[in-house]
Unconditional design. Sequence first.
Lengths: 236, 236, 236, 236
Amino acid sequence: MARQTGSARSAKSERRKEDILRGAERVFAEKGFLEATISEVARRSGVSEATIYDYFGSKEEILFTIPLETTRRGKEKLEEYLTYIRSASDRLRAIIHNYLDFYEKHPDYAAVALLILKQNPRFLETEAYRIIREWSRTILRVVEEGKASGEFRSQADAYVTRTMVLGAVEHAVIGWLLLGRPSSPSALAETLSAQIIQGLDNPDRQGWRMEISLTADGRTKNYRLTPEEEGEPSDS
Amino acid sequence: MARQTGSARSAKSERRKEDILRGAERVFAEKGFLEATISEVARRSGVSEATIYDYFGSKEEILFTIPLETTRRGKEKLEEYLTYIRSASDRLRAIIHNYLDFYEKHPDYAAVALLILKQNPRFLETEAYRIIREWSRTILRVVEEGKASGEFRSQADAYVTRTMVLGAVEHAVIGWLLLGRPSSPSALAETLSAQIIQGLDNPDRQGWRMEISLTADGRTKNYRLTPEEEGEPSDS
Amino acid sequence: MARQTGSARSAKSERRKEDILRGAERVFAEKGFLEATISEVARRSGVSEATIYDYFGSKEEILFTIPLETTRRGKEKLEEYLTYIRSASDRLRAIIHNYLDFYEKHPDYAAVALLILKQNPRFLETEAYRIIREWSRTILRVVEEGKASGEFRSQADAYVTRTMVLGAVEHAVIGWLLLGRPSSPSALAETLSAQIIQGLDNPDRQGWRMEISLTADGRTKNYRLTPEEEGEPSDS
Amino acid sequence: MARQTGSARSAKSERRKEDILRGAERVFAEKGFLEATISEVARRSGVSEATIYDYFGSKEEILFTIPLETTRRGKEKLEEYLTYIRSASDRLRAIIHNYLDFYEKHPDYAAVALLILKQNPRFLETEAYRIIREWSRTILRVVEEGKASGEFRSQADAYVTRTMVLGAVEHAVIGWLLLGRPSSPSALAETLSAQIIQGLDNPDRQGWRMEISLTADGRTKNYRLTPEEEGEPSDS
DNA sequence: CATGAATGAGGGTTCATTCAT
DNA sequence: AATGAATGAACCCTCATTCAT
């Protein structure tokens, strides 16, 4: 009998529940959802099978509960990070770093999220997914902000960018989980950020611009002047 | 019992096998691998369960056979397309279009490939995966060529680019499969290509260059002249 | 799930296990191993199929467990019987009686042991078979003792004797099981014992002996005097 | 379609049938009846599964046909051997030798007969079993003859003797098949025969007899004189 | 004669879930 | 609050047997 699937309960209860979630995460990560058995989750969590059903209504409920806390904390963590970053490109870079780092530090969670949850249509209806969706809107917002500020070009597409960020990160992490390559996904962060950001970069972002018309062969070409990418002015 | 999982056989046999694969693809796409039952595959293929086992040794063997022909043809098709394209950016664009189009046209296959096969570690040991791996090397090659020709900047990373391309496309297709959004993944192709390519773009690629030194406030800045991104020269 | 194929457990559990073994013994005896179904064993034992798998890992494990207790007890019983018997021939007789009686009293067990287990090569690797082997060494020992004491002739072969005892008893019991003949295998015990023992008998065993030389036709023959086989001296 | 399960047919047909029987014997011997598959029998016989059903109505019919020719020939062979042997003990010895030899020379047949057929109640209704029964009556006859001629004691039991002979031989052969011990069952023949025959031996069998009454302690004992067991008369 | 092809029927085994204690 | 014990429901797979060619 599930006497308290509810919410407020004793600290001991809370700990038990955590134990089960942790055990389940490990087992699911190793075996996949359907090949994982409640009995193994019970063994790994140090509780009986029946007790598991005191805390969760079904095997799938366990699965869908695993990302709840994690995504909640992840979202908060990200917001915290972004507080002090202003430029859109740095924000995007931070998001990418953060996301890769997180998965690398929690491989069991990564396996559950990317290999199991991602393919389950019913997951889309859970609270955890709602949080993820919100979290991922941050990317949209950052891109829009970047466009508004002129940092990103106006043709930049926020949705496409989000797809690129999430897709690339997740693809890299899946490769790492299944193939062991790359050996550290977070090592990609810098390069990946650079390419994505440069894909958004607005060449016109500077406040001034020099236009030049060059006429040759009876035909005229228009040019615009932009500052050399980086680096100090060279001495005359 | 027809025991000939082997290879060369009658045309009728070949057709039967195709039927089964087609039926399995549909069922797997709808239910996922483990919730799909052989009995339903049999029903959908119009054969008996036992017959299925005359053609395939196990449920998993069916699963791993599904992408065989498809990836083989996909690889050839791509090579065909690329034959007449020279510029690296156009090649990349073609790859992305092609990949998105293919998934959009074969949603069942997409579901099997992206939601089932992609998370199965044993798939990595199959012939089909070998073909996919080869296929995906094309992306690496294109990026390297682009860098060699000066079309892409030298800092561009082929592996990261491949991750971006595959990750973004697959992420988009998964969203389409599970959420129905975007309503047409291939519609992303243009925007996605543009952002990825611009992430690789070499601002220095033109053969001629006009350099200008602008000195102001006692400090000198160097500029270089590049042609306006697209468009014909405007008339004087 | 009750997962405890182990050992020490509640009395109730122990009873359940016994029930299953008893039911299985009956079903196996009637149908043979491969034609017996777990579902029928379940029905006869009054438990569900799944419960059977809580107590035993496989159908074959049930089969191999059936003779465990029985042979253990049989071995002890025999040792008990033999405690007070000194003469080798009486010991042999006791063994034969005992063995035939046992099978006759437990026809289901007899069928399982003689018709099923005996032909299963894997049975030879089980604990139960180890006990049987030990048990059967008693016959070897008795024969050797009989030879040592002069009760049995020195040419008597312990291994051949064991083969005769086991072979004859088992053959008789199989006939009884399958053909109903003889109607009571244990009725053979006396005659069988007598013939086997007489096959071992040492004609020289008496303490005294009268030798006579009889000469006829110019040839001499030696005789020895032995007491009349059994029976009291006849009156003059 | 079984067009000719009947009898008279072409020599080619006959050969085919023989091939199948031979293949089946091998497979049954290796796997047991139920674990042997028609498909493997087909492979080993060099025919298709369907063809097997042209010659035999069912898997069990194959099984029951295997011993037909063999037992028929065995019976004839034995009769041939016995033609020139007069003494009952030699006949018995011949039977035992013959039986052990035969099994040793045909291990596949031995396995089929002793491990499969012997425990199948339906085999008892076949023609082959009828022949075996007849064959085994020879033992009964020999024992009765021995008793009639005075060679065997009058208490000797023909049925028990048959059980001993068959039981011991078969037990020995089974041990050989499953355990590899003894390494040659036929090596037991001599010892086994000796013990069985001595179990039947009539100490009174000679034509003359000397009776002696020995009186001592006021009690009288009767003795009879018998010739020394074997060996020539010793010189005076 | 021979067989390639097809299948119906069935069986062992696994597990999520329930409930009495 | 916890669990030992029990089970219903399913699924994969095998194989003897049939039939059209």
